[in-house]
Write a protein that binds this ligand. Structure first.
Ligand code: URA
Length: 433
């Protein structure tokens, strides 16, 4: 078999076989196939696409390149959740204790932030003492005893995806549906859960900019799940402005605690309850979505959900006092108000620009190994639909950096205004199951 023939076939738009997919993926991981040939192959996939069988084969080739998590020692139906990446997305912090509070086991592996998007593991590490590395026995015991555990992704999970994703990032081949779908689903399959709920983001802060594209990605991933006997539900949710009011790390933890206490903003509360409801139905705790939604809302109101979060902190070494006093979380030295020069209504906020602002303030990473300042971030004072007058504060930048001029300009430029109040947008666009 020759790589050049496989590239040639894909370039002509023909389907490639399972053997050919395994050959090119394994060859690349083993460094027998150079970056330039893999880049040409990825670009051919970008333009010519892949059929369902090819996408499922590519997903499995990624899974087989590394370890598979064995969760068979955990009792019950294990349900995992994944977000395709957004700005201000702290929902895993809310969903893990919420789902665990009704007895559905959550054995979660999460990632770190990169570029304009944040990562759950970084947010949790903003809490003093919280351990994001657990030995296997502790991880399994915690899920069996407390129904929840969260760790960073293990080093040898889907190494082929890791290597190919890094190449996609520098060859303009990230935003390809077959490549995103196989990348995300391979990690979920290798993580070992029985059922998967996907939060597919759409809008200015997401990879998928249109609803049609997001729905196609969602359908593709649900089909991969089904073909591999994993019940999968995808919820297409809005990312046309940052979620909630906080973007960063420590400030997102603070906001997640407020959601768990029942004081969250409507967008975050609705999306968190929707995802958690599908997870608990798949996990067998409730007979249908509506019952789950009402019951989970009641659990938040009763204070049980935030108590469960406190328990998560205690069992993983974090200081549970942050729930009573979030001000003990890291705080930055400077808080800079960005003020409006316009009057009217906020008509849009470019989520990606706010993500980049947070990154420049120290809250995120441009490169994989960059350090993070947990106290840095952005508070969104005004959101889409809010009325503004000149001089009103649009957002507040939190940082320890002296030089934040560029960040301030990007944050201000993220806002658009209109004279008419915009129609309220939807939080949930579609559910595919
Ligand atoms: N997230 C992933 O894990 N992979 C992609 O390709 C895109 C988003």
């Amino acid at each position: 078999m020759r790589v050049v023939d496989i590239i040639q076939k894909k370039k002509r738009g023909e389907a490639i076989t399972e053997n050919e997919i395994n050959f090119i993926v394994q060859g690349y991981v083993n460094e027998e196939i150079p970056d330039y040939q893999m880049s040409a192959f990825l670009m051919a996939v970008y333009f010519k696409g892949m059929n369902k069988k090819e996408i499922a084969d590519l997903t499995l080739a990624f899974v087989e390149s590394g370890d598979r998590n064995d969760l068979s020692a955990i009792h019950g139906v294990k349900v995992d959740k994944h977000s395709s990446g957004g700005v201000g997305d702290k929902l895993s912090l809310v969903i893990i204790p919420l789902v665990a509070s009704v007895g559905v086991p959550v054995a979660k592996m999460s990632g770190r932030g990169l570029g304009h998007t944040g990562g759950t593991i970084d947010k949790l590490e903003a809490i003093e003492g919280f351990k994001t590395v657990l030995d296997r026995e502790t991880f399994i015991n915690n899920v069996n005893n407390y129904k929840m555990a969260i760790v960073g992704q293990s080093a040898n999970l889907t190494p082929a995806d890791k290597k190919i994703y890094a190449l996609r990032d520098v060859t303009a081949t990230v935003d390809s549906i077959p490549l995103i779908a196989s990348s995300i689903m391979s990690k979920k399959i290798a993580s070992g859960a029985d059922c998967i709920v996907l939060d597919v983001k759409v809008g200015s802060g997401a990879f998928m900019k249109s609803i049609d594209e997001a729905v196609e990605l969602a359908r593709t991933m649900v089909e991969i799940g089904k073909s591999l006997n994993k019940k999968t539900i995808a919820v297409v949710t809005d990312m046309n402005q940052p979620l909630g009011h906080e973007v960063g790390n420590a400030n997102e933890v603070k906001e997640a605690i407020e959601i768990l206490k029942g004081n969250g903003s409507e967008d975050e509360t609705t999306i968190a309850l929707t995802l958690a409801s599908y997870m608990t139905v798949l996990g067998g705790a409730f007979k249908d979505f509506d019952t789950a939604y009402q019951e989970l809302r009641r659990i938040i109101k009763s204070g049980k959900a935030v108590e469960k979060f406190k328990e998560l902190l205690s069992i993983q070494g974090g200081n549970p006092e942050v729930v009573n006093d979030p001000n003990i979380l890291p705080q930055s030295k400077y808080h800079i108000e960005i003020k409006s020069s316009e009057s009217g209504y906020v008509s849009a906020i470019d989520a990606e620009s706010i993500g980049i602002t947070a990154m420049l303030l120290g809250a995120g990473r441009e490169k994989k190994d960059d350090p993070i300042d947990f106290s840095a971030g952005v508070t969104m004072v005004k959101k889409v639909g809010d009325k503004v007058n000149p001089g009103d504060v649009l957002c507040i930048l939190h940082t320890n950096l002296e030089d934040r001029q560029k960040a301030g300009q990007i944050a201000k430029g993220a806002y658009s205004f209109s004279l008419q109040k915009p129609e309220p947008g939807k939080y949930i666009h579609e559910v595919i199951q």
